[in-house]
Design a protein. Sequence first.
Length: 277
Amino acid sequence: MDDLSHAPLGRHQLSFRAFPGDRGCLLLLHGMLASHHYFSAAVDGTFAPWRTLLPDLLGFGDSANPAVSFSMKDHLACLADLVEAEGIPAPLVVGGHSLGCLIATALAARLPKGRVAGMVFLNYPRFTSPDGLHETLRNGSSHYRQATDSLGNPGRDSLLALSGEAVQRFAGLLPPLLQEEARRTSPRALAGTTQHCLFGYRPDEDLDAISGLPMLFLLSGGDEVAPARFILERRDDFPLASWRTFEGAGHHLLHTHTEQVVKEIQDFLARVPRSSS
């Protein structure tokens, strides 16, 4: 695991929105080509009395776009500092959508033991190899296939070498509601984050580190981008996890099944023990 204590970045690099509450703090991280609006547009204040903290990841939305590699360490340095200052009151629950699930997993595994009280995951993208990720998306996602075909169907290594501007062509293939936010993403942040935090990060070791936490997995049976079957392979490894698969739903579960998703998260939060501090 990376040591966050010497990372040069911090919370001042991040833009975020917070909804007030005093029951605990829920930190939710958006996915690729998005911002905090991915959540705020659907869950505006609905998790009260929990304080809901919605940051824009480094280089996304209104957050800073520094000249860094956008490695997992870069993202975690900012988020760990944000949690230290804004992740109150306890207990803290961390989660995200898609790429945000991966960053949330890495963050929870690196925060001090006992700091995180639970995890909320929407459309978890678990892949065991970069090539497996590339091939899954090529074979299963028409959006990914169209985008890579337009670039001459490059292999994985060639795709990662493309400029951020080329990778950003994916924005035009997203649902219309999400396209405007996608185009605000820094091309450098998009390319670096894709390389380091999606293709370059394998979550299993960090999932093992947090396996004893209460977790909520909300999955989509028709998800071509993050097939549910890959994370379901590890179902028996998380004894306190709750699982819900929405058959026929796609990758943007929160926006297609908003009421059901919000209710599942509310019920989960109600079960999280109150902090003893």
